[in-house]
Design a binder for this molecule. Structure first.
Ligand code: ATP
Ligand code: MG
Length: 381
């Protein structure tokens, strides 16, 4: 409850006393006026007399009303109501003042402060709304800060990942520039390394571009009816050759076939390309990569599985974070940036779906769950 200050209590009592004094004056005036009025109207006073005569109670015909009683009773009721009304009004005003004080205090930057007291009725609404407003303002400030921080991290990571290949490109090109080679073979070798590193940089820049594009709030999604069977077969086909080279069979099956869903075909293609590319790159010792889609209700589940080396359990929960790479694949010359799965997750999010991963000694499987139809309002954007 709200505690009034001593001054406010005093003011309240003073107001009560003033009101009562004023009311007494008004009452006396009213009584005098009415008396004068009745006296100057003989018809009215005899009428009142007759009414009084006819009002009685019990076996002894006790008269319960006299003219004064009625008038005084009514006046007293009105007085009581006026006093009560004025005091309540003043009390509400004090409550408002307290709320305003608290508001000013919060506005001065005490954002962890909330209005601490509770009131009755509509005043409590004001308090609840103010507190909720401050909560949501603080929340969005924190969100903003978080975004700012993660943007900084992104820039740090990217500059680091760009600098590493760039340093070696410059290094090898300088060898050529300074004629520090012994044969034409050396030149070819240095040029080749520089070329490979440049390609790596290009991939990073492209990935980054793709990632920021799908990360953007309200990123455009080009929704249309897509035959998932066709899309997945195309993805499998594009990796067939590469798979053959390593003795890995890449297949795609859907049940039913064809399988129509509402999605952005280009983005969805990217999702499964990334997953299959990873399976090829990191699924050491695998003999197959199987893409399999099934329908359950209004959801489609697409599983991309391979029987390669298992991903350490501790890494599983971080896989979808941007720039995260399992330690063992870092040291290897696989040349990734760790954006692939972050892009996958962002695209799946855009489609209101989920992506999960499981990995054990038998199989590593990424499962993408998508609704067959996209929610209506989002479809506009
Ligand atoms: P990028 O895709 O940006 O070129 P990346 O492939 O390293 O880089 P992600 O695709 O995000 O990045 O994958 C993150 C990490 O997850 C990989 O570095 C790899 O260690 C691990 N990983 C992903 N898929 C598999 C898989 N099928 N089998 C084993 N490890 C995997
Ligand atoms: Mg990848």
């Amino acid at each position: 409850m709200l505690k009034l200050t001593g001054r406010e209590k005093g003011a309240l009592i003073f107001e009560g006393i003033v009101t009562v004094a004023l009311l007494i004056l008004i009452n006396v005036a009213v009584v005098v006026i009415i008396q004068k009025f009745i006296q100057s109207n003989p018809g009215l006073s005899s009428g009142i007399f007759i009414i009084k005569q006819s009002l009685w109670l019990g076996p002894f015909h006790t008269r319960i009303w006299s003219y004064q009683w009625i008038a005084n009773g009514i006046l007293l009721l009105i007085d009581a109501w006026v006093v009560w009304w004025r005091l309540i009004r003043r009390y509400h005003q004090y409550q408002m003042d307290h709320i305003l004080d608290e508001l000013h205090y919060i506005a001065q930057g005490h954002l962890d402060h909330r209005i601490p007291f509770r009131l009755k009725g509509s005043q409590q609404h004001v308090i609840t709304s103010v507190n909720a407003l401050v909560d949501s303002a603080v929340q969005s400030m924190n969100d903003e800060r978080q975004i700012e921080k993660s943007k900084d991290e992104l820039i740090t990571n990217v500059s680091h990942d760009l600098r590493t290949p760039l340093t070696s490109i410059i290094g090898y090109l300088r060898l050529i520039e300074d004629k520090q080679y012994h044969s034409e073979e050396d030149i070819v070798k240095y040029a080749h390394i520089a070329y490979e590193k440049s390609k790596q940089m290009k991939t990073l820049v492209e990935d980054l571009f793709e990632y920021t594009k799908v990360q953007q709030h309200g990123a455009p999604v080009n929704l249309m009816t897509v035959d998932l069977s066709e899309l997945l077969e195309q993805v499998a086909a594009s990796f067939e050759l590469e798979g053959e080279k390593r003795g890995i069979e890449v297949t795609a099956t859907t049940k039913p076939d064809p399988l129509k869903i509402e999605a952005d075909p280009e983005k969805l293609g990217r999702v499964f390309s990334n997953l299959v590319a990873n399976a090829l790159k990191y699924g050491n010792g695998a003999s197959y990569i199987r893409i399999a889609a099934t329908v359950a209700g209004d959801q489609v589940a697409v599983k991309v599985a391979n029987d390669g080396t298992k991903i350490p359990a501790a890494s599983l929960e971080h896989l979808f974070e941007r720039f995260y790479r399992v330690e063992s694949s870092r040291s290897k010359a696989t040349g990734g940036t760790g954006l692939g799965l972050a892009i996958v997750k962002s695209i799946v999010d855009l489609h209101h779906g989920q992506v999960t991963v499981t990995s054990d000694d038998d199989e590593t499987a990424f499962t993408v769950t998508l609704p067959t139809a996209q929610p209506k309002e989002e479809a506009k954007g």
